[in-house]
Design a protein around this ligand. Structure first.
Ligand code: SF4
Length: 378
């Protein structure tokens, strides 16, 4: 059962740390882009049905970006209608949308709810105005809290809040204060990411020019440990390296990725994986619109080898705190995991980064050095 991802690549302004496929100043493309999305869904659905013996019923739709709530919510309604017309949607489908606080209003939320959206992911990033300024965010801490309350008032009962820690100049006390305020709002889910300096971003240039200090890795590690402990005390389950959920509120869509399941991406630069084929769309929104009009927007197709699939199962599955079921690996690939990755696993065990019983999973230390572990399986 594949998950569906829809990419809306528009933002009010580019945040300094962002290297996503997102653009500001393209408001004039919104309508044509949504038209292209609806066409792409109609174009791809029969091909996906014919080329796959998979069950094409869908139990999660994720509208990400960019800032999907920047565009007219009637456009989101049109996209969700197109999906419902071409795929079989389960009754309990999870329909998530990413939202930035400055785009959240009672009216907008009501239209989205009516359109079938039942999960919101709000990009707070911080509840400290100085940190928000460092990231180049367009909202204040108070606006973020007001946005959350407006979403609740509209009836959204499944809300994720996105946060970033390790922002230049941020102290542990400052991060602890953001976490405390956020948990008082009582969201169902939290995603807490350590700030990474991506090549080509404004933040990378600012750091290179000495305008902003480099985030301290030791402070980031302390913040990460504090996050895990503090959120556990507040009743959140730490189920993936960066994700925490109240009981029964894990993100179904993202679990599809970590479980190495199939997914179909629509929109500029969106990626898909069906069985052992991975494909991605043209990244530029204007080029994407043109290419859909001419009948195909796929930029790249990759056939995954068995080795690729084994590697993906490892580095995606290990992100989950429950790790990887060894029996599942053996059933899927016909070989025990240890026969393929014995040397790497033994070395990681020696270094206290993974444990091994009926599952292979990260230790508390391994969670802190996740990237080091994943790099051993790529
Ligand atoms: S709002 Fe999100 S997608 Fe847009 S620029 Fe900022 S971080 Fe990137």
């Amino acid at each position: 059962m594949p998950a569906i991802y829809v990419h809306i690549p528009f933002c009010k302004q580019k945040c300094v740390h962002c290297d996503f496929n997102s653009y500001s100043g393209l408001d004039s493309l919104h309508r044509a882009y949504v038209g292209a999305l609806v066409s792409e869904i109609a174009l791809q659905a029969p091909a996906l049905r014919n080329s796959s013996d998979n069950d094409l019923s869908v139990s999660s739709v994720y509208i990400g970006g960019g800032t999907p709530t920047l565009i007219d919510p009637a456009h989101i309604d049109a996209v969700l209608h197109a999906i419902a017309n071409h795929f079989s949607i389960t009754r309990d489908v999870e329909v998530s949308i990413e939202a930035n606080p400055e785009t959240i209003t009672l009216e907008r939320m009501a239209v989205l709810k009516e359109a079938g959206v039942n999960r919101l992911s709000i990009g707070f990033q911080s509840l400290d105005n100085r940190c928000l300024q460092v990231l180049g965010r367009k909202h204040s801490a108070m606006q973020a809290i007001d946005a959350f309350n407006a979403a609740r008032e509209t009836g959204f009962d499944n809300i994720n809040i996105d946060l970033i820690f390790g922002i230049p100049g941020q102290t542990i006390a400052n991060w602890a204060s953001t976490l405390e305020q956020v948990t008082l709002l009582d969201p169902e889910h939290l995603s807490c990411y350590s700030l990474t300096i991506e090549p080509g971003t404004v933040l990378e240039r600012e750091i290179a020019m000495g305008l902003v200090e480099t985030p301290d890795e030791d402070v980031q590690a302390d913040m990460f440990t504090y996050t895990i402990e503090s959120l556990r005390e507040s009743g959140f389950e730490h189920y993936e390296i960066s994700n925490y959920a109240k009981l029964g509120k894990r993100c179904r869509h993202n679990l599809t990725y970590w479980n190495n399941g199939d997914y179909i991406g629509f929109g500029a630069g969106a990626h898909s994986k069906m069985l052992n084929i991975r494909f991605s769309n043209i990244a530029s929104p204007a080029e994407y619109i043109k290419s859909v009009e001419s009948g195909s927007c796929i930029a790249e197709v990759i056939d995954l080898s068995i080795e690729d699939e084994m590697s993906e199962m490892l580095f995606l599955g290990l992100r989950k705190t429950e790790g990887i079921n060894l029996e599942e690996f053996k059933t899927r690939f016909g070989r025990p995991l240890h026969a393929v990755y014995g040397a790497q696993v033994d070395d990681l065990i020696r270094n206290g980064l993974v444990t091994w019983d009926d599952r292979l999973r990260l230790t508390s230390r391994g969670i802190l050095f996740g990237n080091e572990v994943f790099s051993r399986f790529i």
